[in-house]
Design a binder for this molecule. Structure first.
Ligand SMILES: Nc1ncnc2c1ncn2[C@@H]1O[C@H](COP(=O)(O)OP(=O)(O)O)[C@@H](O)[C@H]1O
Ligand SMILES: [Mg+2]
Length: 222
């Protein structure tokens, strides 16, 4: 679905991505983990065409949706209007199926998005992405600022969308433990370079990943 080959992105003289290669196969859930400033959001912006590339190539098959970092909702517009904005390109105005995926949002559909909790706003952002009927969806820092139970809920939804609808997912997370537990494959990004990649069940045991991203509080393998 996504084939990134030797991608380089620069901001002025600073190299944010240095020959990064990454693949997301159909129906796969792929994690992209790394610390703040590693270049994760830059990769998603490059996939969306929001930043120019300085080298390498990007191929995307099918429709791509990007749920941006910080959710980026229109706070004063209603939940339903925010969802409909996601359907503009596919001319889809029917939002009812999104409320079947996120029943908590149904009662709030006429409320301003800004009045919702952080978790519900993340659901609206995800629902807005789904409104474009994507084949592959990238979600940037889904868990940021949310309580663990809420994160687990939304993670479960992503897994269901993946297993029941065949949605391919690129999950971009500083929370490596979460991403590695939800996905099949993962890439670890450090200052613009891929320093590790492979199956999540392998990476979660690799010393590099354990020491740098899972910490001593890991308490063994989750
Ligand atoms: N618009 C920008 N202009 C200049 N530098 C930027 C810009 N956006 C990001 N950067 C820099 O690029 C690097 C990667 O940032 P980013 O992709 O946001 O990382 P991450 O999402 O992994 O936290 C960082 O060093 C960041 O400071
Ligand atoms: Mg980021």
């Amino acid at each position: 679905m996504i084939d990134v080959d030797a991608l380089t992105v620069c901001y002025g003289s600073a190299t944010a991505l240095d020959r990064v290669s990454l693949r997301v196969a159909p129906g796969e859930m792929v994690a992209l983990v790394g610390s703040n400033g590693a270049g994760k959001s830059t990769l998603l912006k490059a996939l969306s065409g929001a930043v120019p590339t300085a080298g390498g190539s990007i191929q995307i098959r099918g429709k791509f949706a990007h749920v941006p970092e910080g959710r980026q909702l229109f706070q004063d517009l209603t939940v339903d209007d925010n969802l409909r904005l996601g359907g503009l390109r596919s001319r889809d105005r029917d939002t009812s199926w999104v409320y079947e995926i996120f029943p908590d949002l149904r009662a709030k559909r006429r409320q301003p998005a800004g009045s919702l909790s952080g978790g519900q706003q993340q659901m609206v952002a995800l629902g807005r992405g789904l409104m474009s009927q994507p084949d592959v969806l990238a979600i940037d820092e889904m868990s940021l600022g949310l309580a663990p139970l809420v994160v687990r809920d939304i993670g479960q939804k992503l897994k269901e969308l993946n297993s029941q609808r065949g949605l391919a997912v690129l999950l971009v997370e500083q929370n490596a433990r979460l991403a590695l537990s939800l996905c099949n494959m993962a890439y670890v990004l450090e200052t613009g370079r891929v320093v590790a990649q492979g199956r999540c069940d392998q990476l979660i045991k690799s010393p590099l990943v354990v020491d740098a991203y899972l910490g001593s509080a890991s308490g063994g393998l989750s």
